[in-house]
Write a protein that binds this ligand. Sequence first.
Ligand SMILES: [Ca+2]
Length: 201
Amino acid sequence: MDAVTDVTHSSDQRRRGAGDGGCGRVLRETVVLWQSATGVTFPANGSFTLRLQASDGSAQTFADVSTLAYLGLFDQWQAQTFSSNSAPAATQAADFDHDGLPNLFEYALGTSGTAQNLTSITNEVIPSGNDKYLRITVPKNSAATDVTIVVEATGTLAIPSSWSTTGLVILQNTSTVLQVQDNVAATQNFPRFMRVRVSKL
Ligand SMILES: [Ca+2]
């Protein structure tokens, strides 16, 4: 008995091509898996119908299953937060709730993209002997495994290229928290600055 799985993309993708008479037509994405297949790779974000089909040579039967598929975890967060991956409000840099945190930041830290919230990042000044050091603690969304969170420091805001991770002490870096301390003491005449940078993998 053979078994195949058809994957039909039901989103409204259109293209122009020969024989179309210049009009758009629906492009149906189809993926066929044979019996030995154990998974499926979807070609795009969207709604799909999986057809599970079986045949013994004389009779065939099938069942259809609907599912939502996403190319990545952030794509899923975008769709679940803003109903659409392609909405202007869903882009990485957008700040729909106007709380100063762009979407990729909200996702990486596990805060809401649609309800204003204060940043959950904690800043501290840690005394050590006669010196003081900046320390920053960043809560992480453990499910956001497709981003990197990096803490950087500088002694001057006037030189953007001076932000660096060099020498910084990583006190904790787990799936739920990143805590980093500066390795240069902050003084009245030589202030220090730290920042958090989030990048999509
Ligand atoms: Ca925001």
